[in-house]
Design a protein. Structure first.
Ligand code: KG4
Ligand code: ZN
Length: 365
């Protein structure tokens, strides 16, 4: 089965063709046009500007993926229907509806967060010999899977009991983790998007230099809160005298970035491990834009390894496996929407092409 997938929920316009053959996904095309540089001058994404850019790029991208004009060879169309920015979502949704109607193909509405989760089904993770359950050497997540979804708009812990079955365990009560990275980057004079900038600058800094709070780390739940951490960074910067503020451009910026990043990573990892303890999953899935953060990947991997070392039956394999997307698939892209769309299509979960509407608050669970 081959699906044409469209993603326009935020500031990346993306179209992909993804196939599913004998249980194996393949990305045939995945073309993304990023607007990040345009939004950088405003310090964040401006919804109307995003919509205008999507409208300008979507048809050139459709031409570039080069599907037949009558849709021959495509079995279904998938599109991100939410959550996201309504003016941005609408561009993709209206194109998908038009194509599905004109080609007379089934239409699948995909939740953007579900797309991020399914990005790990495209991962090139190499299974240790003998542990492989897929012909080409990839290992797929086993259920129940605990998903830590960290993006610019969401920070959620979701228990996935099976394909398409989600239970929301915890979420942020204010800012998302990516949003905190973006806001702190702004305080430090670093450009949007802030996550990649902070993680780069942090390489030169000392993560123990400043004792920023680990919000809600000891609370008896798996919710998050990052607004107070952002305020703590602002208070710290305000407390630095004007004289030494000049030095913030140098070593101090790296220390603030590294210490802030460590506070976010420690919190995300602690809450995820609490959820692991509560739900005893077979796999952990880390996904969303912030999953590109190498410090977070390493810390979560270390925490899982150390929790399970010595308790497995064969001695050296952790009973819980961590799945992360390839770095090229951590940010918004249509390939992940294609994978989620193929899974929904296989279950016959189609929507009416004439009545689908973008939903900025679409929920997964
Ligand atoms: O999933 P995504 O591309 O878009 C949304 O669905 O929101 O996530 C974007 C977020 C931004 O806040 C960006 O700063 C953050 O992911 N991000 C990172 C890194 N790369 C992107 N945050 C921390 N470290 C990174 N390396
Ligand atoms: Zn996203």
């Amino acid at each position: 089965m081959r699906i044409l997938a469209i993603e326009t929920s935020c500031d990346e316009t993306s179209i992909a063709v993804v196939s599913l053959t004998n249980g194996v996904f393949a990305i045939e095309k995945n073309i993304t046009s990023s607007q990040a540089k345009i939004h950088a001058q405003y310090g964040g994404v401006v919804p109307e500007v995003a919509a205008r850019e999507h409208a300008a790029w979507i048809i050139p991208l459709l031409q570039e993926v080069d599907v037949a004009h009558d849709g021959a060879g495509i079995d279904a169309v998938a599109v991100t229907a939410g959550p996201g920015l309504v003016p941005a979502l609408r561009v993709g949704v209206e194109l998908a509806k038009s194509l599905a109607w004109a080609w007379d193909k089934p239409l699948v509405a995909v939740n953007h967060l579900e797309g991020h989760i399914y990005s790990v089904w495209l991962s090139e993770f190499q299974a240790p010999s003998g542990a492989c359950d897929r012909p080409e050497g990839r290992l797929k997540p086993m259920f129940p899977a605990l998903c830590l979804l960290v993006s610019g708009g969401h920070t959620e812990l979701i228990l996935m009991r099976d394909h398409g079955q989600y239970e929301l365990l915890g979420m942020t009560r204010d800012d998302a983790a990516g949003e905190a990275f973006d806001k702190v980057a702004k305080l430090l004079g670093l450009p949007y998007p802030g996550g990649p900038q902070i993680s780069k600058v942090a390489l030169e800094g000392d993560a123990q230099a400043i004792a920023f709070p680990r919000p809600m780390i000891d609370s008896d739940n798996v919710d998050f809160s990052f607004a107070g951490l952002k305020t703590a960074v602002r208070v710290y910067l305000d407390s630095v005298s004007p004289l030494s503020k000049g030095e913030l451009r140098g070593v101090a910026v790296a220390n603030v970035a590294a210490s802030f990043q460590q506070a976010v990573v420690d919190t995300l990892v602690a809450k995820t491990m609490r959820a692991v303890q509560q739900t005893q999953p077979a796999s952990v899935i880390l996904s969303g834009g912030v999953s590109a953060n190498l410090r977070l990947r390493q810390a979560l991997s270390d925490a899982i390894q150390s929790r399970f070392s010595g308790v497995s039956s064969d001695g050296d394999e952790a009973p819980v496996k961590l799945f992360v997307p390839d770095l090229s698939l951590t940010g918004d892209n249509a390939a992940m929407i294609g994978v989620a769309g193929l899974m929904k299509a296989a279950r016959g979960e189609f929507v009416d092409p004439l009545s689908l509407k973008a939903d900025p608050n679409l929920r997964l669970a």
